[in-house]
Design a protein around this ligand. Sequence first.
Ligand code: NDP
Length: 309
Amino acid sequence: MIEEKLIIIGNGPAGCTAAVYAARAGLKPRMFAGDSPCGLLALTSDVENFPGFPSGISGLDLVMAIQEQAEKFGAETDYDTITSIDFDPVNGHILTAADGRVFKTRALIIATGATPRKLGVPGEDRLWGRGVSACATCDGAFFKDMPVAVAGGGDSAMEEAIFLTRFASHVHLIHRRDTFRASAIMVERARKNEKITFHLNSTVEEICGISEVESVKITDKISGEKSILNVRGFFAALGHVPATTLFKSAGVETDDNGYIKVAADSSATNIPGVFAAGDCMDPRYRQAIIAAGNGAKAALDAEKYLAGE
Ligand code: NDP
């Protein structure tokens, strides 16, 4: 059994920033990178909205720089995945890694992020980061004067479609039904925007392109008619799935959508000594800078918890 003061699960912007703060506080945190090292940012292209990088920075470079900063102060990155958890606030929480190692930790920060829901159609994975994106705020500006498509019928889809009209020459909004989860006012705003065309009762069959997105094949579910939309970008606005199943089954409270619940003005979960940061507890903003800020909060909360023990 390996004993630690603080374990952080996840090494995206939230986990890595928590590691910087915790390491500087002398807690020597062990940070697990898990199945997708550096989190979602590693899959995006350039990040242009993280303060301090006026020329932009690749998502992977950004997270690796924060990780390096944490390691400089004594954090250890462990490239394994935690596969089981037994919470025990009195004697220490027990975590088992995929390689069989068992850890006991007095405090834990969950920073496992959320994954954008995918369509699962041909071309989607292959062209991810090469025209396929799940974040218009991050990638919209790359499509200046180019046609793009957005899939989904929720508030994110409306918001992203409207946002993308600032850059794109035209936005095709593809939704599988003719009614919307999105609020009426958002649908109305999108409908009024002349740069947006709605394709309702339509499913995406394939995202096409050799090395970048060139078109999207869609089918009208009512008429059966197939058509091709020539677009350079495809934005999946299908909701997110927080990576919290393991923690929920071990007793961490989540909301109906699986996002970890934290106490007001705090990162504390319902389990003493267990804190959450980043997209696994934030259904609203899902931005690297917010996740990083939440990571700092979680480390400060964990430090205070350990000091008071
Ligand atoms: P939602 O879950 O609300 O919407 C997801 C959309 O994706 C739905 O229209 C759904 O279709 C569609 N979808 C899901 N899976 C598939 C699939 N396999 N194939 C095709 N379509 C699919 O997620 P959002 O991210 O839009 O919103 C999440 C939360 O955040 C909501 O509470 C929302 O109100 C909030 N939000 C608020 C904003 C604001 O107030 N400005 C902005 C953005 C989000 P279907 O409807 O048929 O199930």
